[in-house]
Design a protein. Structure first.
Length: 491
């Protein structure tokens, strides 16, 4: 009886220096132990021993070490017809045979423009699992949930997982698109990450995660470097979000986000953080006599849960129907829908305090939104509004441009080359970037138009700026602040 020919797989691993060599050896051993016909290529900037049967390619696409991962693209294109499957990964991403077989299985039912993707996990010494790709602005798109065959999929907005698998047909499509064989670049993702996300972001292919069989699509980030950091969420939070997605897939409803939460600025700067921490400056300003709180643009609910635990009645308007589970698990009332729908649901209700954290600079009509919900405040009720401080970047650009015009100082020139003068000029252009200009003056104008009396604003400084603030007696706080917080009362 004839056996089916083994699937031929080309693996390219980017490995800069020697810092991750122990993880690299683990990856090579894993691939060479598989039942597939696997050829491993290691891309490095230096000569080193990568073991028998492994091809070493030494060199950088450019002088910038961060461009090392881009070397795999030319190799894939040159060997397109010699392999069935192509895998790119960083040197600490462990892809198993189980992962590959799961990819092959679901690929049979996915549309031509979709690629089955992966999410990373890390494991602590005590066995705890976290997911470092789930942080900041990145989130599941509730409206992306879809079924194909026996599997259910959804799109996660962080396309970077340090690796990807692509079939020969998909690779050919990516190359034909003109977006694959490109030079090093960065915008939403930095140079290192962009090399692993270009098939999704530039080639007309969409990364979908198989949420019904998620365990098969988790890859171990063996360095476990984010375990003791603020990056990522625990496995219980990931499970909760996936269960919410599966619930959506079963009810036929396609919910959308409250508003477009991500900007098109480099690095998605000023996008809404779905995992905002509790801000002491915000919760300490809530009036002692306040009994009811309305939170507009609730993420995973840390602040709202804290307030509810203090005995306040909290109503949260979530960013979407997936992220708010941390809040809805407690005694918090959830009001879902778009702004107009939620406003209708809350008709006749009154609140002592309104929280609007990093929302207004991202919506089409900030004055309209603020007015709609400020009307729900009791007389004398307090609105606490948080926005990013775009002034610091405008000021940085103005100073850099001035200094660069008459000085040989390199920093301003480097700064402008990194982001580009056009990037600085576009700040605050909502139609172009999805983010509005915000400043102390902007907050005054918005508050007044919404029938609120602005009492004060404060500059929220990052820890790195505190020493400079003391040295300048606070005179430069409005430039150095990351965020601005406004306190305005209903007149």
């Amino acid at each position: 009886m004839n056996q089916e020919p083994k699937i031929r797989i080309l693996v390219a691993i980017a490995s800069y220096g020697r810092g991750n060599d122990k993880y690299l050896a683990q990856l090579v051993h894993e691939y060479q132990s598989m039942s597939f016909d696997v050829h491993v290529v290691v891309l490095s900037n230096i000569q080193k021993d990568v073991g028998p049967g492994v091809e070493l390619v030494v060199g950088l696409p450019t002088r910038n070490p961060w461009t090392l991962p881009y070397g795999h693209k030319k190799i894939f294109a040159e060997r397109l017809n010699a392999y069935d499957l192509f895998i790119y990964s960083e040197d600490d991403i462990l892809i198993t045979e189980k992962n590959i077989r799961a990819f092959l299985k679901v690929s049979k039912v996915l549309p031509e423009n979709a690629i089955a993707g992966f999410l990373r996990f890390e494991q602590s010494a005590d066995g705890g699992i976290t997911h470092p790709d789930v942080l900041g602005t990145y989130h599941w798109e509730p409206g992306s949930v879809q079924s194909h065959g026996e599997y259910k999929f959804a799109h996660f907005t962080n396309e970077h997982s340090g690796c990807y698998i692509i079939s020969r047909e998909q690779l050919q499509r990516a190359i034909n698109s003109g977006g694959f064989l490109v030079g090093p670049h960065q915008r939403k993702y930095d140079l290192l990450c962009a090399a692993a996300t270009d098939p999704y972001t530039q080639c007309g292919l969409r990364k979908l995660i198989c949420i019904s069989h998620l365990e098969d699509f988790l890859v171990h980030h063996t360095a476990n470097k984010y375990i003791q950091t603020v990056y990522g969420v625990p496995s219980c939070e990931m499970s909760r979000q996936v269960q919410a997605l599966l619930g959506i897939s079963g009810n036929g409803h396609r919910p959308q986000s409250l508003f477009a939460t991500e900007t098109s600025l480099v690095g998605s700067l000023f996008s809404k953080d779905y995992y905002e921490p509790i801000k002491a400056e915000v919760i300490s300003a809530i009036p002692c006599g306040a009994k009811s709180i309305l939170s507009l643009g609730c993420g995973w609910g840390t602040t709202e849960a804290w307030l509810a635990a203090k005995g306040l009645n909290v109503v949260a308007v979530p960013l979407d129907g997936v992220i708010h589970g941390g809040a809805s698990a407690g005694t918090i009332e959830i009001a879902e829908g778009d702004f107009e729908t939620v406003r209708g649901k809350l008709k006749g209700r009154k609140f002592d305090c309104l929280l609007v954290s990093n929302v207004l600079h991202l919506v089409d009509d900030p004055i309209k939104v603020l007015t709609m919900f400020a009307e729900l405040l009791t007389p004398g009720g307090l609105a606490i509004i948080v926005v990013p401080n775009l002034l610091r970047f405008k000021a940085t650009y103005a100073v850099a441009k001035k200094v660069a015009s008459y000085s040989h100082v390199r920093l301003p020139i480097i700064l402008m080359k990194m982001f580009g003068a056009e990037w600085f000029r576009s700040l605050g252009n909502f139609e172009e970037t999805g983010a509005r200009a915000t400043s102390h003056k902007t907050l005054r104008n918005w508050a007044a138009a919404a029938g609120l009396k602005l009492e004060r604003t404060i500059d929220l400084l990052p820890p790195r700026a505190l020493r400079a603030s003391r040295a300048t007696m606070g005179l430069l706080d409005s430039v150095m602040a990351d965020e601005l917080i406004a306190f305005a009362r209903r007149t």
